[in-house]
Design a protein around this ligand. Structure first.
Ligand code: DQA
Length: 153
């Protein structure tokens, strides 16, 4: 599919993977007390101030996440992605991310926590090598930093 002639250059998909719908009650000492609704409102506010059209989504489903990454390619949208546990083992998500950056679009990998400072299985990101860049360890602020990086491009 070719990019639509009316593709919005300011469109950003903020995509969140499995278990991030449970933010606020899921290990708050690691992930904080903000909920996915708080994250959504914060990203929409930051996006508006940066002149971006931000669409925040969350899924526990790998196929759905892959489909959204295809959508980013088809609509020429930048991506801020917290792949959550898929980070560490999903070659399907990794290959879809490679299509995004391969199409010349920005993809920022974000993590609330710093996986490098946690269990060994979290030290591997199969996404990192095909992302434009990665931000980890700054909680919700990481999404703000990622949106600023997108806006700067
Ligand atoms: C996470 C880190 C991952 O290791 C974990 O599986 C998550 C969240 C983060 O935002 O810190 O679900 O991506």
């Amino acid at each position: 599919m070719t990019a639509p002639a009316d593709a919005d250059p300011r469109r950003v998909l903020v995509l969140n993977g499995p278990n991030l719908g449970r933010l606020g009650i899921r290990e708050p000492e690691i992930y904080g007390h903000e909920t996915i609704d708080d994250l959504t409102a914060a990203c929409e506010g930051w996006g508006a101030r940066l002149g971006l059209s931000v669409h925040v989504r969350q899924t526990d489903d790998e196929a759905r996440l892959v489909g959204w990454l295809h959508e980013a390619v088809d609509t020429r949208s930048a991506v801020v992605l917290n792949p959550a546990a898929f980070t560490h083992y999903s070659y399907a998500v990794r290959d879809a991310c490679a299509m995004v950056t391969g199409a010349g679009l920005v993809l920022v990998e974000v993590h609330l926590s710093n996986p490098a400072a946690r269990e060994v299985f979290r030290h591997t990101s199969v996404v990192g090598a095909v992302a434009t860049g990665t931000i980890a360890g700054f909680g919700l602020d990481g999404y703000h930093l990622a949106l600023r990086a997108v806006a700067a491009r």
